[in-house]
Design a protein around this ligand. Structure first.
Ligand code: SF4
Length: 477
């Protein structure tokens, strides 16, 4: 090419590079100058277990390619999706590997701290559920899920409620989170929901009630792209607020009324779900703006849809009303003060949470990259993620005394006898004498057909104003 001596790869300035997106340099570096220090020289590309996945670290649903070897997640790369994250991901999505690689994750079923086999654990759990029913009444049981759950597991919680006779079905712990998430998604439909591609192409963006780099870092990058193309950016904030360190220039205004929404083209309101945003959403929609709402977890949208479909109660309210004597928590972080005095706690989880530590029954589940599953992101886009690696203790960090012969020749890897949450829920349901249930059945069945490398399927709580969601194949009514 004749470029020798004329092309320079490197930084324009000296000093430490500090950016919440710094890891993208590794993906795009053409010479190998920038490498992922957390994973370099650990494997060659053809050694990796690798599959299309979705980032679980916020609600935006960026597309990723996690790469694992010997049951250890080594690196996470961006997977191109022009509607969502483009070619990039943020550093949280790229480098948050500790919890999944944790040697001390729940790996075996436990009953009162004693390690038991799966059959015994599920038998004893079913017996205890019946016992609690006799002692306090089955309506004192609560089934609790969270936005960490895949749609496969979350959509089975009401089946577990039916089988146990539980009086409370909870998709959220806090009342406030339940109310504000439901309110946020109720505004979204095919015409109002903004993807990150819409944000990048916007001519005017109003930001309210969110800390972009905390609540959805890639949204900050999308706003930056729009700003670089000439969009006007407004931050609706009170004068006393801490200045935000955002990667674009903005104009600070005290209210939405101070933004020239009416004459602008391609306008988007980027917002959290707090009170201030809730008050401005209708005003923005009336002025023809689209909405990009930042929610709390990777499947907040899905759990809010399910909470609306079934008669559900936030767990904190059920506890405050003195209704809870037994609890089955499925991949849910519950503050210790809400667990006090509950005589029966079962936790299905792959993380060591306060709920797991307080539980009488622990049933270990697979992490997202050890199974296939579905999340619905903040815009209402259902996306499939595929199993990347087998579950089990990562070989790195294992005790050499147990790693080397004499070995046990067993079918599962050490620490690998864990199950997807939906499977554990289904097993409990069957053990209680009810017909087991398939994940994603009924109106969710269409999500099974999704291709993990496709563009997902839009799922909204109601038809849009023109009522044409069904016609276009969107919406699961
Ligand atoms: S913006 Fe959110 S979904 Fe995207 S990579 Fe970062 S943490 Fe993951």
């Amino acid at each position: 090419m004749g470029s020798a001596g004329r092309v320079y790869y490197g930084r324009a300035e000296d000093g430490q590079l500090e950016s919440p997106f710094s890891g993208n340099l590794v993906d795009i570096c053409p010479t190998g100058v920038f490498t992922d220090k957390t994973a370099r020289f650990r494997a060659r590309y053809w050694d990796y277990d690798i599959s299309p996945s979705i980032c679980p670290h916020c609600s935006l649903g960026c597309n990723t390619l996690p790469a694992a070897r010997y049951r250890e997640l080594l690196k996470v790369m961006a997977r191109r999706n022009d509607t969502i994250n483009g070619w990039f991901i943020c550093d949280r999505g790229r480098f948050s590997k500790a919890s999944v690689n944790d040697q001390d994750r729940p790996r075996d079923p436990l009953v009162n701290g004693r390690r038991v086999g799966w059959d015994e654990a599920v038998d004893q759990l079913a017996a205890r559920i019946k016992e609690i029913g006799k002692l306090y009444g089955r309506e004192t049981l609560a089934i609790v899920g969270s936005s960490r759950l895949s749609m496969e597991a979350a959509s089975l919680l009401h089946v577990l409620q039916g089988a146990t006779g539980a009086g409370s079905l909870c998709y959220f712990v806090s009342e406030e989170e339940a109310v504000r998430t439901a309110a946020a998604i109720s505004h979204l439909n095919e015409g109002t929901s903004a993807s990150m591609a819409d944000v990048q192409a916007a001519g005017l963006i109003a930001i309210v009630d969110c800390d972009l780099l905390q609540d959805g870092p890639m949204m900050a990058l999308a706003v930056r792209q729009a700003w670089r193309k000439g969009a006007r950016i407004f931050l609706v904030e009170e004068a006393a607020e801490e200045p935000q360190n955002l990667p674009f220039a903005w104009e600070s205004v005290p209210s939405l009324a101070d933004i020239p929404l009416q004459g602008a083209k391609r306008k988007v309101l980027v917002c959290g779900t707090g009170e201030r945003a809730a008050g401005l959403v209708s005003q923005a929609l009336a002025n023809g703006a689209k909405l990009a709402c930042l929610l709390d977890g990777p499947n907040s949208f899905g759990t809010a849809l399910l909470a609306g479909d079934h008669e559900s109660t936030p767990f904190a309210r059920a506890v405050a009303e003195g209704k809870v004597k037994g609890l089955i928590a499925v991949e849910t972080d519950i503050p210790p003060e809400l667990l006090e005095g509950i005589p029966f706690i079962a936790a299905l989880d792959w993380r060591n949470t306060d709920t797991v530590r307080a539980a009488h029954f622990v049933l270990p589940t697979t992490a997202w990259l050890e199974m296939d599953g579905t999340y619905i992101n903040n815009e209402g886009r259902a996306q499939r993620f595929k199993k990347v690696m087998n579950a089990g203790l990562p070989i790195a960090g294992m005790n050499p005394a147990t790693l080397h012969p004499p070995r046990q020749h067993i079918a599962t890897a050490p620490g690998g006898d864990v199950r997807p949450a939906w499977k554990v829920v289904s097993d409990i349901v069957k053990r209680l004498g009810t017909k087991g249930a398939e994940p994603l059945s009924g109106k969710w069945e269409r999500l099974r057909e999704m291709d993990a490398e496709g563009n997902g399927l839009m799922v909204f709580p109601r038809v849009n104003d023109s009522g044409n969601d069904k016609e276009k194949g969107n919406g699961l009514q």
